[in-house]
Design a protein around this ligand. Sequence first.
Ligand code: ADP
Length: 306
Amino acid sequence: AVVVVGSCMTDLVSLTSRLPKTGETIHGHEFFIGFGGKGANQCVQAARLGAKAAIVCKVGSDSFGNDYIENLKQNHISTEFTYQTRDAATGTASIIVNNEGQNIIVIVAGANLLLNSEDLKEAASVISRAKVMICQLEISPAASLEALTMARRSGVKTLFNPAPAMADLDPQFYTLSSIFCCNESEAEILTGHAVSDPTTAGKAALVLLERGCQVVVITLGASGCVMLSQAEPVPKHIPTEAVKAVDTTGAGDSFVGALAFYLAYYPNLSLEEMLKRSNFIAAVSVQATGTQSSYPYKKGLPLALF
Ligand code: ADP
């Protein structure tokens, strides 16, 4: 199974012709609510590919929290360790997007930050029985570190996605990562090196590898990704399909969820082949609007991916 220890966020999206100024009230022309949060996004993608999936997370005892749990269940994700709290609201991202696609976003992590050590101890059995555990940085770093430590102790492969990026990342995150997977801007913040193409990504990946991860993957949007491992510390570029991108929001989470699926269910594939297939799946996700709503299901994808 794939287990995520991570975030759930309700996206509150207003579409407007322009962004409001301070103190101004303007009319938007459309509003919708979406399900987001990096943890849940990655879990949803893995589940849609056919993974038995569970998420260890915390939402509020509010209507957003109730709706989020319903969304997880609809995606066949186990919510046995999805906790609800009265001490904070469900995490939200309030988003305003203008006609040019520019946006302003306020994230309130809320209940996500209250996922704690006791919750993780209660979920210990589901973590220790997983094939792969994924963590990100939208819950408290202490909780992520504890989850990674628990997984490693049980011999569970860890896939760590250091997002959103943090400049002074605790060095233990590297040594606890079987696979450390980030995008260009995260790689830049973590290494201080500019990353804009496979060559510069390869250099940054080497810096990250030397901090103690077993494998480093840096995603490069339309250019696919670069990989590097302790076993083969020479950067390898894995290009992706040329597609017409409509909305790339959440592409990285689709990629990470797909990679977790392959690590858990096709462990005999080469890493390169897993990344090729993850590239393909993420490229499908950029061809539709929305985040989770753009993630493909196994049914509908080429059989060669399975
Ligand atoms: P993030 O969403 O974190 O910014 P990226 O932009 O690097 O991450 O995208 C993650 C993955 O999604 C890429 O490695 C690639 O596989 C796929 N992808 C993203 N944008 C495109 C695109 N325009 N065309 C094809 N694939 C894409």
